[in-house]
Design a protein around this ligand. Structure first.
Ligand code: PLP
Length: 386
């Protein structure tokens, strides 16, 4: 249905709503912020129009029961996170406020929080913004990005309170395996850490199976809060919406208390969109996933043949790829070089954690034509600048 649209060379947002296309000058191809350039599922558009015919008054504070039940069923059927009731879910205005609520509710100033880097920058900001102490465990690069389990053990002190996990991982695209998650869960339980697992990308994976860490056993379920939301799956970031899920209701209560008065109530349009996505957007999602997988493979092939000097490990999920230009003479300036000379807008590495200067994050959720043109511009500049 939409594939012709996906292939269009001109996916610019003509109305100017999208920051992705309106942050840089017009001649820059924007492959940065994590939005897809594709139109949303027609079923979602329809549901939003229908919802507008009704009242837009205050919703129930806990959220629409139908949506809560749909999220519970999706978590159980797609991801194997079972045994949830509506009271195990807390709807948040979007996912980032859930990250901050977890830091505020599950730790105190001065506590240490461990996270694997590189990672989505708000993880790092949430830790430092509220006076917690960042303990970062850089992932190792083998045949894929790997968890440094020995390094993790060395990071723990009596002040370590929490592990913040991003799975599937932004920006590396890793989808952690059962074995890795079991080791992480054992680590968290043994050190009595709370676990915040941001699983917002769970529906966008190409290989393997997404596994919520909280689904592994009761012990880790009692220590975990899982965050999810609709925006990556359905390309609806502008509508917000998120959920914090825990089998341990006391953890949700702590997060609610820590953010009382600032989280706001659920948004009715966001809930209508999310429900329509779960109930009627799965055909659209399958088409999008197939297109993204092909783009991922195209990107992998392009780097292998045209830019083999660029460090790259193919993402297993997300539509993000981390490119390592640190071996290039212009590594320190790579973001600026690509923006000003190649006219491609990417995300710079340093916000993803200490040690990622020379890295760029590329968003491949665009038409193949735009992706190809951007890569050709990048390779041309990479070969010419020294
Ligand atoms: C891991 C992760 N969490 C949260 C978000 C943002 O979620 P929201 O827009 O719902 O706050 C993103 C956006 O890219 C993300 O990659």
């Amino acid at each position: 249905m939409q594939l012709d649209n996906f292939n269009s060379t001109d996916l610019r947002d003509p109305r100017g709503y999208s920051v992705k296309w309106h942050y840089h000058p017009q001649d820059v191809l924007p492959l940065w912020v994590a939005d897809m350039d594709f139109p949303i599922a027609p079923e979602i558009t329809q549901a939003l129009l229908e919802r507008l015919q009704g009242r837009i008054g205050y919703p129930k504070q806990a959220g629409d029961t139908q949506l809560l039940e749909a999220i519970i069923a999706e978590q159980a059927q797609k991801h194997g996170l079972t045994g949830l009731k509506p009271e195990n879910l807390w709807l948040t205005t979007s996912v980032v406020p859930g990250i901050y609520a977890a830091v505020l509710g599950l730790s105190s100033p001065g506590d240490e929080i461990i996270t694997l880097t590189p990672v989505y920058p708000p993880f790092l900001n949430a830790i430092s913004d509220y006076g917690r102490v960042l303990k970062h465990s850089p992932m190792l690069r083998g045949s894929t990005w790997e968890i440094d389990f020995e390094g993790l053990e060395k990071l723990v002190t009596p002040a370590t309170r929490m592990l913040m996990l991003c799975n599937p991982q932004n920006p590396t695209g890793r989808v952690f395996t059962r074995d890795e998650l079991e080791r992480l869960a054992e680590f968290a339980v043994r050190h009595r850490l709370w676990v915040m697992s941001d699983e917002l990308w769970a529906n966008l994976i190409y290989e393997g199976q997404h596994l919520p860490i909280a689904s592994l056993n009761d012990e880790i379920a009692q220590r975990s809060v899982t965050l999810s939301g609709p925006c990556k799956t359905y390309n609806t970031a502008g509508l917000g919406g998120g959920v914090a899920i825990s089998h341990n209701k006391a953890l949700l209560e702590r997060m609610k208390r820590a953010t009382v008065g600032v989280m706001g109530h659920p948004n009715v349009m966001s809930m209508a969109m999310w429900l329509a996505g779960i109930e009627s957007g799965q055909g659209w999602l399958q088409e999008v996933l197939a297109y993204l997988r092909d783009n991922r493979d195209f990107l992998s092939g392009f780097i292998r043949t045209q830019m083999p000097q660029v460090g790259y490990l193919a993402p297993q999920g997300t539509y993000l790829a981390l490119l390592d230009f640190s071996g290039f003479p212009f590594a320190k300036e790579v973001y600026k070089v690509m923006l000003e000379q190649a006219k491609v807008g990417l995300n710079d590495g340093p916000p993803f954690g200490p040690g990622y200067q020379g890295f760029l994050r590329l968003n491949f959720a665009t038409s193949r034509n735009i992706l190809q043109e951007a890569l050709e511009r990048i390779v041309k500049v990479a070969q010419s600048v020294d």
